[in-house]
Design a protein around this ligand. Structure first.
Ligand code: UFG
Length: 324
């Protein structure tokens, strides 16, 4: 039986990945320092509580078990915070990732799947965005993902460490059985904020800008179900196990929805309107981010199961109404 190491497996996307790996019959070990993740988000597997930037922790984990691959989800993710405190972002997202890659070079625990982001493209010059689109991040968060992708290319050339970088667009939704879901603190993402506003758990949602060059003036994003993201990782592992070359894939539905459309679907799902107020633009938000994910479909055979916004928001709503 294949055994995977999931770094950051107690976080939002990582915990759905662990579920997907367990369902597929793999053995799972999670390494998470619980700085942002939740131990009770693990639906199985073994948990090592530790810092993936600590070489001694990695050496111990790699020496104790034989892994067939590593999935790396541990990351700081707030764009605004990365602008205010880039030192923290480079230290965590870049320096710790370098420690991980160096340990993998020495222990050779199989190939790596890396959580990258649409943020590496910066302000799009065309839409939808394919993988060949220029990569010019406009904030330190995006820059950290861009740098790790560059390190991965160099580590393959020099040491034969093969990897797939998956460039997520807007991860959303939750386990359809509502056992796990999005639990960020602080929460900054549109869908959970809108649903929590409906439930009266927080103040009215601020709509960040109605003066964008889009049909209704609000920003357009490509929302992709977290379980569909997890499926793509499984396919990327298979691709690497079959000898596939180091590469990157966009993961999105290829369809954009505006902030107002998200609020409309959220209101219909909950049967109650999202309380909102109009607010100024949030710095660094491009008007439109939509994926061309044709390569993930043709090369990996990826087929998103929950491509419609209704399912994504319905699952997020079920989670919000039942979460701990
Ligand atoms: N929005 C609001 N009000 C809010 C929160 C968000 O109007 O309270 C709007 C944003 O302005 C944006 C859209 O809703 O237009 C989506 O915002 P999110 O914060 O949910 O997601 P982002 O598109 O900003 O960010 C996502 C990931 C980031 C990643 C980025 C680019 O969460 O990690 O995509 O890839 F960096």
């Amino acid at each position: 039986m294949k055994h995977l190491l999931v770094i950051g497996g107690c976080g939002y996307i990582g915990s759905h990945m662990v579920k997907c790996l367990l369902n597929a019959g793999y053995e799972v070990t999670v390494l998470d320092d619980l700085s942002a993740g939740h131990a009770d988000a693990l639906l199985g597997g073994e948990l090592i509580v530790g810092d993936f930037g600590d070489r001694a922790v990695l050496d111990k984990a790699f020496a104790a078990r034989r892994f067939d691959g590593v999935l790396h989800f541990a990351s700081l993710i707030q764009v605004g915070e990365s602008v205010a405190d880039p030192a923290r972002y480079y230290a965590s997202n870049v320096a710790k990732s370098l420690t991980l890659l160096s340990a993998m070079k020495d222990h050779k625990p199989g190939p790596l799947i890396f959580s990258s982001s649409a943020a590496i493209y910066g302000e799009p010059i065309r839409s939808p965005i394919d993988e060949a689109h220029p990569r010019q991040p406009i904030n330190p968060y995006g820059q950290t993902k861009h740098i790790v992708e560059a390190m991965l290319a160099d580590f393959d050339r020099a040491y034969g460490l093969r990897s797939v970088s998956l460039r997520y667009f807007n991860a959303a939704g939750a386990d359809p059985e509502a056992r796990i879901g999005e639990r960020h603190d602080p929460e900054t993402h549109l869908i959970p904020l809108a649903l929590q506003a409906i439930l009266g758990r927080r103040a009215a949602l601020k709509v960040f800008g109605r003066d964008y060059d889009t049909p209704d003036g609000t920003c357009i994003r490509d929302y992709i179900h977290v379980d569909d993201l997890a499926d793509a990782h499984l396919l990327a592992l298979d691709y690497l196990w079959r000898g596939g070359a180091t590469t990157a894939f966009n993961l999105g539905n290829g369809e954009g929805f505006s902030v107002q459309q998200v609020l409309d679907v959220a209101s219909a799902t909950a049967g109650k309107a999202v309380p909102y107020v109009d607010a100024p633009r949030r710095p660094g938000d491009p008007a439109r981010l939509v994926a061309d994910a044709a390569r993930a479909k043709s090369v990996l055979g990826w087929r998103p199961r929950y491509a419609d916004l209704d399912s994504i928001i319905r699952h997020a709503w079920q989670w919000e109404t039942r979460r701990p």
